[in-house]
Design a protein around this ligand. Structure first.
Ligand code: PMP
Length: 413
């Protein structure tokens, strides 16, 4: 036999993490992976999570048994309410199918596998949907969908020169895509640009998707990080479902609790299929097929994080605490954006920096070039993605001046 296994380079983001771990400089700064850090640069266990863990550990039925294949029902039901809203027409009309997933990535993988197996056109046996993703998008999107056997292509999103959305070209791309394409939409806190469409822009995007018979897939990894409010951050998705202004073949929703519960490593997430109308048989068929995919790939989803999150969602004081935790995280990040801009302006750093405060969520698409980011890592021990995406959560009062001065230096050099 013949072995041909090409060596791949390390994953760009986890590669940054590895370089950072090896760096022995004391003043090193991690602006790489999107994980929340507190004012001292430390991982933060949310108070709501600590309280829920305490409750869980003291409950009579605390154990490590297998969950059902489709996950913890209490968790998937509550997760749907978090994202679609307590008053969601889709939940009331029983047209949502939910299944637990391995966080957001697992949810996207379920979506991709489901689309590849079942998304067909009645009159065209050869139809295979292409997944449209924003240019740029989270670096993992393309490889998730291609590993599910789906082709991906990009729609225009970000204008580097103006630091704004290319909204006209975006809508045009939707209009020109083959009917039935899948449009992946970042529900809130777009990764990597931190720039979401405004409500009027969302309406144009959703109308074009609806008018042209496409399938929207909302990827929601940062609910609560943009504004601190779960409802506001889910506005676009809820508007797509509840306004009655659009007609979609369905809406797919990939939900992660990694960031908004700080449960990164516990892999807590859900995949929801929102159907246009109530159909018991179809609900049941979809759940059976999704369960088969889960069974063959992971057998059953992880229990611990789902139990913790479901306790938060079903215990009113814990839910209130979680909402406060979201405000703590989102407002600290907003505060750091402001401080970084103030420092850059104080230094008179060439260029305009207001986009950093206009952008929302975990990231800023700074506009720094690959060679500038390399220099920041090499000369200053400041690590961020090569494309200039900085995880603002890595800034704190102890390092923001140092980071601003380093950016100033590399821009002037
Ligand atoms: N979608 C986007 C846009 C993301 O940024 C992320 C996390 N970086 C995810 C999905 C999924 O993350 P996880 O699998 O950790 O929930």
């Amino acid at each position: 036999y013949h072995v041909n296994i090409p060596q791949l380079p390390p994953d760009p983001l986890f590669g940054i993490k590895a370089s950072l771990a090896k760096d022995t400089r004391e003043n090193k700064v991690d602006l790489g992976i999107g994980a929340y850090r507190d004012d001292h640069g430390k991982p933060w266990i949310l108070p709501s999570v600590k309280l829920a863990e305490d409750l869980l550990h003291h409950s009579a039925d605390y154990n490590h048994e297998y969950l059902p294949i489709s996950g913890l029902k209490k968790f998937t039901e509550e997760a749907a309410k978090v994202i679609l809203g307590e008053e969601s027409s889709a939940i009331k009309e029983d047209r949502v199918v939910s299944i637990q997933s391995l966080s957001g990535t697992g949810s996207l993988h379920l979506a991709g596998t489901f689309i590849n197996k079942f998304y067909r056109k009645k009159d065209d046996a050869s139809f295979r949907a292409v997944v449209y993703v924003s240019d740029p998008t989270w670096s993992n999107h393309m490889q998730i969908f291609s590993s599910c056997g789906l082709a991906t292509t990009k729609y225009p999103y970000w204008n580097d020169a103006t630091k704004q959305l290319k909204i006209d070209q975006y809508v045009q791309a939707i209009e020109q895509a083959p009917k039935g394409s899948v449009f992946l939409l970042h529900a809130t806190a777009h990764n990597p640009t931190g720039m979401d469409p405004k409500p009027e822009e969302w309406k144009r995007i959703l109308k074009a998707i609806s008018d042209n018979g496409h399938l929207p897939l909302f990827d929601c990894a940062y609910q609560g990080f943009t504004t601190g409010s779960l409802a506001k951050d889910a506005w676009a998705l809820r508007h797509a479902i509840d306004s009655g202004d659009y007609h979609f073949p369905g809406i797919l929703v990939c939900q992660s609790f990694a960031k908004n519960c700080g449960m990164y490593g516990e892999r807590v997430g859900a995949f929801h299929v929102v159907l246009p109308e109530h159909d018991d048989a179809l609900n049941s068929a979809i759940l059976s097929q999704l369960s088969k995919i889960v069974r063959s790939e992971i057998s059953n989803p992880p229990g611990y994080g789902a139990k913790v999150v479901s306790l938060i969602l079903t215990t009113p004081q814990l839910k209130k605490q979680w909402e406060r935790d979201l405000i703590t995280m989102s407002s600290r990040i907003m505060g750091m954006r402001k401080q970084l801009v103030v420092e850059l302006q104080r230094l008179g750093t060439p260029g305009s920096w207001n986009h950093i405060t206009e952008q929302k969520g975990m990231f800023s698409y700074t506009g720094l070039t690959p060679s500038q980011t390399e220099k920041l890592a090499h000369d200053y021990a400041i690590y961020m993605s090569k494309n200039g995406r900085a995880s603002i959560a890595g800034l704190n009062p102890g390092n923001v001046k140092y980071v601003a001065k380093a950016i100033d230096d590399v821009i002037r050099s």
